[in-house]
Ligand binder design. Structure first.
Ligand code: 5GP
Length: 211
């Protein structure tokens, strides 16, 4: 029987480099599957529909909520973002570790539904760096950048609820740390309930045969 995959949730301040970390993780290892979210925001230059996001209308998004197609969703600045449920279920079943790159509200909701999910929060070395990275990307107006900075300040309040922090100072090192940490988390007793109940059953069978 193939083991079920783990849910790997990655959040981080805007401009923390979490997108690049996920891409690099996918490139280097083949045990991961990336969950493409649905969003009502407009594509940025270079973003591809179905690869970076499913870019959909507000009406379609509401329809997905109603028909229970989303695992979780949240509003971020002025747009909606959500995780399509079907892909996640399928890949976990196939034994893949599924990456959800989502914001805090969604992440904490996922932790409620899937307590075995492993939550990482990516941070640049300091706050100034967040602003510089957003500015450097050149894809948002100053107003949107400031709203994203404000959201970052709010997110800082809930980071303690995450399982692990990832300070992204060097990309390759960060990717390695993430991969290694997930593999350690996989061995946590609380994430191996099926195996543990098997062992208990085997003890019962053993004593049935040895009395
Ligand atoms: P961006 O517009 O920069 O691509 O994403 C804005 C924020 O939305 C990021 O923090 C990103 O992680 C988050 N996000 C992307 N997809 C989802 C999703 O499906 N659900 C939730 N809750 N957040 C998402």
């Amino acid at each position: 029987m193939a083991r079920r995959g783990l849910l790997l949730v990655i959040s981080g301040f805007a401009g923390s480099g979490k997108g690049t970390i996920c891409k690099e993780l996918m490139k280097q290892y083949d045990n991961y599957a990336f969950s493409v979210s649905a969003t009502t925001r407009d594509p940025r230059p270079g973003e591809v529909d179905g690869v970076d996001y499913f870019f959909i209308t507000q009406e379609r998004f509401e329809e997905m909520i109603k028909s229970n197609e989303l695992l979780e969703y949240a509003q971020y600045v002025s747009n909606f973002y959500g995780t399509p449920k079907k892909y996640v279920e399928e890949k976990l079943q196939e034994g893949k570790d599924v990456i959800l790159e989502i914001e805090c509200q969604g992440a904490l909701h996922v932790k409620e539904i899937f307590p075995e999910a492993v939550l990482f929060f990516v941070m640049p070395p300091n706050v100034k760096e967040i602003y510089n990275r957003l500015k450097g990307r050149g894809t948002e107006t100053e107003e949107v950048i400031l709203r994203r900075m404000r959201r970052g300040q709010e997110e800082a309040e809930v980071i303690e609820k995450y399982d692990y922090l990832l300070i992204n100072d060097d990309l390759q090192e960060t990717v390695q740390r993430l991969h290694d940490t997930l593999n350690s988390a996989r061995n946590a007793a609380s994430r191996n309930k099926e195996l543990l109940s098997e062992i208990k059953k085997e003890f019962i069978t053993f004593f049935e045969e040895h009395q």
